[in-house]
Design a binder for this molecule. Structure first.
Ligand SMILES: CC(C)[C@H](C(=O)O)[C@@H](O)C(=O)O
Ligand code: SF4
Length: 468
């Protein structure tokens, strides 16, 4: 019976099934400071240990300040960080702490460490765990009580097996466009509920042409389409990434070759069918900008804020609320919307290729007067790589702030926030009301588009800047 990649990985991990549920074996458990304290408390109360310390890895990302990581003034943040440290010590879990050289956003460091491997199951108390699916791993977010269950047993109960949604991306992504534009276009096409109950597999020539960084950007936002996870079959790009010498947990030598032979068997069989299928032509895309308060409220950078008449009746109420919250007049050209803040970072776009794309635009230009631009590497490794390439100097010369690693302004859980009413061009993944700070207004874009907004003070089709 032909199988999809998702079915193959799922089936490999089934330990037992009942009529309604399946017990899955978990290969890797990633942990951060926000969703783990109660899980460790639960273990302590029950007198249990972490079952597989060797498969459990923690870092600090959401609460860490990015101007000076060591200066944690917010009491709740400090307590959460100290609690994670104490829990990792007590339970013997490896922690990639601030200044370890390996700290960073959990979804950025997992792949860097070689923890994220094809065909594995990966969970974390965090919705954007879908990022790791870029390696052909079945990776998804879990709640805190499930974190406790995985800590104690290295297994996880799941309901019925999710459906498989095939998202085929054909053609070639035009110059100036980025993987972020692909995933925004996908969510725009299928809606924030388009992936509900499904695991999305992305495939097709435009996906094959992406680097691992780009594939992670795409899989990262699967959750914003309502999907349980996103997946891309591993190929030579994946194997090359995992073969690099700084991936301590990836198999080495003969074990690596054997693993590759196995990983190659995990692609979706030619005759396998997905439960549903969507096709997007990357060649026809232009840079994407969200205008509203969910990631499907997206338009072309060359377009305008929709008018109510242009929207289907079922979407009009939500749109009217979004116009108001976002302080936007329907019909306004996107290129006429001024911005106050630019945030380049997050587990969506805080990797080295994103910083390169931003630096390419910043090079020889300056942040527009009155605009604040933050560039925040997703990890300490990304930060040192950026230094090695001189990107930090490009950002600083352009008048942007060059920060330390963390979630930063992706969400308002640390000092990096929008002020009420401020409008941001942001490379992150969520734009609901207050996401980047109470009253803050978020427009999601690619790193190149964010940099273009920074230097022009408004949304500017980055292709116009690069064409000069
Ligand atoms: C804090 C955490 C639970 C949350 C998530 O699960 O996604 C955060 O990472 C986010 O992006 O909103
Ligand atoms: S960068 Fe943003 S989306 Fe990613 S884990 Fe941190 S808060 Fe969540």
């Amino acid at each position: 019976m032909p199988e999809t990649l998702f079915q193959k990985v799922w089936n490999r991990h089934v330990l037992s099934t009942t009529d309604e549920a399946t017990l899955l074996y978990i290969d890797r458990h990633l942990v951060h400071e926000v969703t783990s304290p109660q899980a460790f408390d639960g273990l302590r109360l029950a007198g249990r240990q972490v079952r597989r310390k060797d498969l459990t890895f923690a870092t600090i990302d959401h609460n860490v300040p990015t101007d000076d990581q060591l200066d944690i003034r917010d009491l709740l943040s400090r307590r959460q960080i100290e609690t994670l440290r104490a829990n990792c010590r007590e339970f013997g879990v490896t922690l990639y702490d601030i200044k370890s050289g390996r700290q960073g956003i959990v979804h950025v460091i997992g792949p860097e460490l070689g923890l994220t491997l094809p065909g594995t199951t990966i969970v974390c108390g965090d919705s954007h765990t879908s990022t790791h699916g870029a390696f052909g791993a079945l990776a998804f977010g879990i709640g805190t009580s499930e974190v406790e269950h995985v800590l104690a047993t290295q297994t996880l109960w799941q309901g019925r097996r999710p459906r498989s949604l095939g998202v085929e991306v054909t053609g070639t992504l035009p110059d100036g466009l980025e993987p972020k534009d692909i995933i925004l276009a996908v969510i725009r096409a299928i809606g924030t509920g388009g992936g509900t109950g499904s695991v999305i597999e992305y495939y097709g020539p435009a996906i094959r042409a992406l680097s691992m960084e780009g594939r992670m950007t795409v899989c990262n936002m699967s959750i914003e389409a309502g999907a349980r996870a996103g997946l891309i079959a591993a190929d030579d790009v994946t194997f090359e990434y995992l073969a690099r010498k700084d991936r301590p947990f990836a198999p080495k030598g003969k074990a690596f070759d054997e693993a590759v032979a196995d990983w190659k068997t995990l692609a979706t069989d030619p005759d396998a069918v997905h439960d549903a299928h969507v096709k997007i032509d990357a060649s026809a895309l232009v840079p994407q900008v969200t205008w509203g308060t969910n990631p499907a409220m997206t338009v072309d950078a060359t377009g305008h804020v929709p008018t109510l008449a242009e929207l289907p009746p079922a979407q009009r109420d939500e749109a009217a609320r979004a116009f108001q919250y976002m302080g936007l007049t329907p019909g306004t050209p996107i290129s006429e919307i001024p911005i106050d803040v630019v945030f380049i970072g997050s587990c969506t776009n805080g990797r080295i290729e994103d910083l390169r794309a931003a630096a390419h635009v910043f090079q020889g230009r300056h942040v527009a007067p009155g605009v604040r631009a933050l560039v925040v590497p997703g990890s300490e490794q990304v930060r040192s790589q950026a230094h090695a390439e001189g990107l930090d100097q490009v950002f600083l010369d352009a008048g942007a702030e060059w920060r330390q690693a963390g979630c930063s302004m992706c969400l308002a859980m640390n000092p990096d926030r929008l002020q009420p009413g401020q409008r941001a061009a942001s490379t992150s993944n969520r734009n609901f009301e207050g996401r980047q700070g109470p009253g803050g207004r978020t427009h999601l874009v690619s790193a190149a588009m964010a940099a273009a907004a920074a230097v022009t003070g408004r949304f500017t089709d980055v292709r116009r800047l690069l064409a000069r």
